[in-house]
Write a protein that binds this ligand. Structure first.
Ligand SMILES: [Ca+2]
Ligand SMILES: [Ca+2]
Length: 451
């Protein structure tokens, strides 16, 4: 088989690298919805110790709350296929029943909206492994839906088909767990709450910082070392006044003069809707301190999470080190793995759509003597048409990915293109329609990911 095609198929079937069995969660950064007890830190579920006796200080615990969760950041994106959970053994095994393993790359709803990989239907007795169809993701959540629930985990181990990242993910959140201070503290809502990894925006849940109505109120995080910061995200309060954050300035630098509020201005907040997260991007500013300050008025400053990062993925060099590889080159290096991810997802989407089409088609074959109701028929026909339209778009996307793959591997051999899906006459027909807005949108999306 042609080298280029082998590479293409290899990328899209996920067999990017050799396999291994390492626990990816070990000593990863873990956070949880709340701390139910001083000995129940989120980090205890990734300390490499499966001891299931809570008193041995190797288990986590949240408060009794609505929808408690726990999350580990794997640092990069992996194709996760197994999660091993050690339940608490000294009591309360049943609490874990109904918990969900969710995996993905988003932090919306603290990652609890990511793809559902498995549900814990019966309370594990000791350690139990959950295997599933691989899910790509950087974050692994254990989410326990329900009222008045307590989530306790004594160990969570995460395994992928391959121990090399599916692709290099965006850089880590530099502020997570760093030391934060602010101009004053209202009702115990300290600055640290804005860097606890929890975006929960309901003030009552204890993860939002809040100052008094100070003149020029401010908040500051100490990153410990100098970083070239290019991006700051702020999660606004969800059950207070959204407008208080308006006009806040993001300032970055190394000086503590005027509490750091004289450092370089990176961006100004115009507004952030209630409970939402807004990201501010700017040219790199090197600094150890990042301030959020509301100048010129007496105001309350409250934020439920502040996250920040550098533009280039942190691979290899430690904090504050200027990366030796120019950004352009770095991006070129990681492009094939981005292709790999998008290709896999596209193929997966094609499979899902096709299965749905089969389902609908099967349902239209009625037994003898049964007549189709007109409305039901039209409904099915409409759905079928929509699925087919989406399927066409997905194949176009796959074709674009293939073209990009070819461009990036000019040193590999030529052709035989017939091994690649959708390369025949249909492809030619598709190309005639490039003026369709949907196609343009698809191209834009694909190129956005790749470039
Ligand atoms: Ca443990
Ligand atoms: Ca928080």
């Amino acid at each position: 088989m042609d080298m280029r095609v082998i590479l293409f198929l290899t990328l899209f079937t996920g067999l990017c690298v050799a396999d291994s069995k390492g626990n990816l969660a070990l000593n990863g950064v873990a956070v949880q919805s709340s701390l139910g007890h001083p000995q129940g830190d989120a980090q205890h579920a990734v300390d490499g110790n499966r001891d299931s006796d809570y008193k041995k200080e190797s288990c986590t615990i949240t408060k009794t709350e609505f929808n408690p969760w726990w999350r580990v950041d794997l640092g990069n994106v992996y194709s996760v296929s197994n999660v091993t959970i050690t339940n608490r053994g000294d009591c309360c095994k049943d609490r874990l029943r109904g918990a969900q393993i969710r995996i993905g790359n988003k932090l919306d709803n603290n990652g609890n909206n990511n793809e559902l990989a498995a549900t814990i239907l019966t309370a594990p007795n000791g350690t139990e492994t959950f295997s599933f169809e691989s899910v790509n993701g950087r974050y692994v959540n254990i989410f326990l839906p329900g009222n008045d629930e307590i989530l306790t985990l004594c160990e969570v181990e995460v395994f992928a088909v391959i121990d090399t990242p599916s692709y290099i993910c965006g850089p880590r959140n530099l502020a997570l767990g760093a030391t934060a201070v602010q101009s004053s503290i209202l009702s115990g809502a300290g600055a640290q709450r804005a860097v606890d990894g929890n975006r929960n925006s309901l003030f009552s849940l204890g993860s939002c910082s809040h100052t008094n109505a100070d003149r020029d109120p401010w908040w500051r995080v100490d990153l410990g070392e100098k970083y070239k910061v290019t991006r700051v995200s702020i999660t606004n309060i969800g059950d207070g006044s959204a407008a208080r954050i308006n006009g806040a300035q993001i300032r970055i630098g190394n000086s503590l003069e005027n509490n750091g509020n004289n450092n370089e201005l990176a961006a100004t907040v115009v507004s952030i809707p209630l409970g939402e997260t807004k990201t501010f991007q700017f040219q790199p500013i090197k600094g150890r301190y990042v301030n959020i300050v509301i100048p010129g008025r007496n105001e309350y400053l409250h934020m439920c999470e502040v996250e920040m990062s550098t533009a280039v993925p942190q691979k290899g060099p430690g904090p504050g080190v200027d990366l030796p590889v120019p950004q352009q080159q770095q991006l070129r290096e990681i492009s094939p793995v981005y292709l790999c991810r998008i290709g896999q997802e596209t193929v997966q989407d094609i499979v899902t759509r096709t299965m749905e089409i089969f389902q609908i088609t099967r349902a239209t074959q009625l037994p003898h003597g049964v007549t189709q109701i007109q409305a039901a028929y039209q409904d099915r026909f409409g759905k079928l048409q929509e699925h087919l339209r989406q399927l066409t778009l997905l194949f176009r996307k796959l074709r674009l990915l293939y073209e990009r793959c070819v461009e990036m591997t000019p040193d590999l051999q030529e052709s035989p293109a017939e091994l690649v899906p959708f390369v025949s006459e249909e492809t030619e027909a598709v190309r005639m329609e490039t003026c369709s807005p949907a196609v343009i949108q698809e191209r834009r999306e694909v190129h956005h990911y790749i470039l």
